[in-house]
Design a protein around this ligand. Structure first.
Ligand code: NAD
Length: 246
C-alpha cells in the first residue's frame, strides 16, 4: 500500500503517532520517526519496526522551533533522498477554563499544534514541489470542529490546522501534492488517560459507537490518505470519531 514511500511522522514516540509509524512500516513505507525528547520510547519503536522487517530512522526535533523542523526534513532527505508523505501528528494539551488560562499555556499549545504543523509543511513542501509529488496529512481533532469546554487553546490550534490544511491544499494542488486532515474523536492514549473517569463515562455516552477509539483506527485513516487510493482527495477533513461529531 505504501511500498517504498518515505514518510516523516512527527511526535511518533507514543500514542497515535506510534501507531501510524508501525502501520506505515507494515505497509512497506520507509519511516522517519520524529521525537522531542523521549529517546527510550523511540528506540523501542525502531526495534519493533526493524524486528518485523520494516525500515525506520529516528530524528530528534522540537517541531515548534522552525530551525528544528527544517533540520528534521533536511535529515530525512539526506538519509532517504526524498519525502513522499508528511504526517503532522505532534500535539499537546494544556486545558483550563477561559478565565484561568494563562497566555503561556495558550501560546505553548498554538506553538506546537499550529506552528509546528506550519513549519513542517513549509519545509516538506519545498522538497515535495521539486518532486512534483507528495502527500501531507495533518492530525486535527473533532474539537477543532465543535469546540470544547476547557480547550480554548487546543480548539483554536486544531481549527487552525483545518484552515491551514485547506489553504495549503489549494496552493499545492496544481503541483500534484495533496493535503488533508484527520480529525480524531476520543482515542485511548496517554493524552486521554489523564481525563477524569466521570468525564470519560459522559463522553462514551455521547459517542454513537459507545466506546473510545484506538490509535490503530486513526492510523488506518492516515494510511488511506497517504496511499494512492486517495490520489484524488485533497483539502478534506476525515473524522475518526465513532460518529461523535456527525
Ligand atoms: P500523546 O500525548 O500520546 O502523543 C503526542 C506526541 O507528540 C508525544 O510523543 C509527544 O512527545 C509529541 N510531541 C509533543 N510536543 C512535541 C514537539 N514540540 N515536537 C515533537 N514532538 C512533540 O497524544 P496522542 O493522543 O497520541 O495525540 C497525537 C495527535 O492526535 C495530537 O496532535 C493530538 O492533538 C491528536 N488527537 C488526539 C486525540 C485523542 O483522543 N488521543 C483526539 C484528537 C486528536
Amino acid at each position: 500500500m505504501l511500498n517504498g514511500k518515505v514518510a516523516v511522522i512527527t511526535g511518533a514516540g507514543r500514542g497515535i503517532g506510534r501507531a501510524i509509524a508501525l502501520q506505515f512500516a507494515q505497509y512497506g513505507s520507509k519511516v522517519v520517526v520524529n521525537y522531542r525528547n523521549s529517546l527510550a520510547q523511540i528506540e523501542e519503536l525502531l526495534t519493533s519496526i526493524q524486528n518485523s522487517g520494516g525500515e525506520a530512522i529516528a530524528i530528534q526535533a522540537d517541531v515548534s522551533r522552525e530551525e528544528e523542523a527544517r533540520k528534521l526534513i533536511e535529515e530525512a532527505v539526506k538519509h532517504y533522498g526524498r519525502v513522499d508523505v508528511l504526517v503532522n501528528n505532534a500535539g499537546i494539551t494544556k486545558d483550563n477554563l477561559l478565565m484561568r488560562m494563562s497566555e503561556a499555556d495558550f501560546d505553548h499549545v498554538i506553538d506546537v499544534n499550529l506552528k509546528g504543523t506550519f513549519f513542517c509543511m513549509k519545509h516538506a513542501a519545498t522538497v515535495m514541489l521539486k518532486q512534483k509529488q507528495g502527500k501531507i496529512i495533518n492530525i486535527s481533532s473533532v474539537v477543532g470542529l465543535t469546540g470544547n469546554i476547557g480547550q480554548t487553546n487546543y480548539a483554536a490550534s486544531k481549527a487552525g490546522v483545518i484552515g491551514m490544511t485547506k489553504s495549503v491544499a489549494r496552493e499545492l494542488a496544481p503541483r500534484g501534492i495533496t493535503v488533508n486532515a484527520v480529525a480524531p474523536g476520543f482515542i485511548e492514549t496517554d493524552m486521554t488517560d489523564k481525563l477524569p473517569d466521570k468525564y470519560k463515562e459522559a463522553t462514551v455516552a455521547a459517542i454513537p459507537l459507545k466506546r473510545y477509539g484506538i490509535a490503530s483506527e486513526v492510523a488506518g485513516a492516515v494510511s488511506f490518505l497517504a496511499s494512492e487510493a486517495a490520489n484524488y482527495i485533497t483539502g478534506q477533513v476525515l473524522q475518526v470519531d465513532g460518529g461523535l461529531a456527525m
